[in-house]
Design a binder for this molecule. Structure first.
Ligand SMILES: *Cc1c(COP(=O)(O)O)cnc(C)c1O
Length: 379
């Protein structure tokens, strides 16, 4: 009997697998680094050494692959290891086109390592499809890197429209979907070739695991090189982390939906507050990305929002310093709400405004969050 369950069900039950030996609903954590060969010297399911792949890693990879609707998924020791693996898999002379509004670590890697490795890259203003197409170099542009919603202004990119252009030039499109999560968006459905996650964030959701994930729409030659890169650079996710990640994903949908609700309520408060110059949240009808996000995302607009505090750097930091419920910390996607002065984290490389505060909404009672935010802004 084969039943096609909905994604919420697949996530909650980690695909419904039950340990065949013990009947355990929760799979064991396989910590062995090495796997015995059979008497005929063959391997069991091809497993030899954990750096290549292990059973706990494979379990969480299969869940993420299913939730994204991909052909294959591999886990990494961090989100950045996953993002940069896609660039490492390219060849000298290849060209990549990258949105200028993306996670700062990816920009940092390109800035410091791309040119020395023979990789050329061009940046386009997030979401601007005309500028984007102008930068594509026929027969040289191999990869396009998008993030939506994108750090730290939550700019929305129309994945289907960008894929249609990129594919005319035979370029692959990778989407960093960390902040959308498969609970709200499936980039492969819109034409993406690769989906990237910092699983450290929403997929795990509890601020206690560093992990990354790449999912592919097809097992093509680029994918094989990415797999080889992970193997030979040793970017493997640890077994304990893989187990925790699998456990975190069981509650992905309820966490993310609650975070979307809380983020929307916070954005609505900010929109009317006199001490706020601007709010960035794709869920607000006034946000430039709202229409595309309404079509591309389902079930919510994400748990991330930002605000420009009236004044400058100091006024923004003063607001953050008055937080009592929100924690002043970097990172995002955890069950606890955090906020940060983003420019302090990103450094000089980005053009993030000095008065921008980034908020990751958690799953707390919304009244406590609203009261704290109001107190912070009222001074
Ligand atoms: C955090 C983050 C990354 C990097 O992931 P790590 O797990 O911290 O290495 C990449 N992309 C986005 C959108 C992120 O938020």
């Amino acid at each position: 009997m084969s039943v096609k369950n909905k994604p919420e069900t697949l996530a909650a039950q980690a695909l419904g697998q039950v340990d065949p030996e013990t009947g355990a609903l929760v799979p064991p954590i396989h910590v062995s680094t090495t796997f015995a060969r059979l008497p005929d010297y063959s391997l069991v399911d091809g497993r030899s050494y954990i750096r290549d792949h292990g059973p706990t890693q494979e379990q969480v990879e299969s869940v993420v692959c299913e939730l994204e609707g991909g052909a294959d998924a591999i886990s990494f020791s961090s989100g950045l290891a996953a993002c940069t693996a896609a660039f490492h898999a390219l060849k000298s002379g290849d060209h990549v086109v990258v949105s200028d509004t993306i996670y700062h670590g990816v920009l940092n890697w390109l800035e410091q390592f791309a040119i020395d490795r023979g990789l050329e890259y061009s940046l386009f203003p997030a979401g601007n499809i005309e500028q984007f197409e102008k930068l594509i170099r026929p027969n040289q542009t191999r990869l396009v890197w998008l993030e939506t919603p994108a750090n730290p202004t939550w700019a929305i990119t129309d994945i289907a429209a960008f894929c249609a252009v990129a594919h005319r030039y035979d370029a692959c499109v990778a989407v960093d979907s960390t902040c959308a999560t498969p609970a709200l968006s499936q980039p492969i459905k819109w034409g993406a070739d690769l989906v990237c996650h910092s699983a450290t964030k929403y997929l795990n959701g509890h601020s206690d695991v560093l992990a990354g994930m790449l999912v592919t729409a097809s097992r093509d030659s680029l994918w094989e090189r990415i797999r080889q890169h992970r193997l030979l650079a040793g970017l493997t996710l640890g077994s304990l982390e893989a187990f925790l990640l699998l456990r975190g994903i069981r509650t992905l949908f309820v966490r993310v939906h609650k975070q979307c609700e809380n983020a929307m309520a916070l954005a609505q408060l900010l929109e009317t507050h006199h001490a706020v110059e601007r709010v960035y949240y794709p869920g607000l009808p006034s946000d430039p990305g709202h229409q595309v996000a309404s079509r591309q995302m389902r079930g919510g607009f994400g748990g991330m929002l930002s605000m420009l505090v009236s004044g400058g750097r100091q006024e923004a930091i003063d607001v953050a310093c008055r937080a009592k419920v929100f924690k002043r910390a970097t990172s995002l996607g955890g069950v606890e709400s955090v906020l940060e002065h983003r420019k302090t984290s990103e450094g000089d490389l980005t053009n993030t405004p000095e008065n921008l505060i980034r908020i990751s909404a958690g799953i707390e009672h919304v009244d406590d969050l609203l009261a704290d935010l109001k107190r912070m802004l009222d001074g």
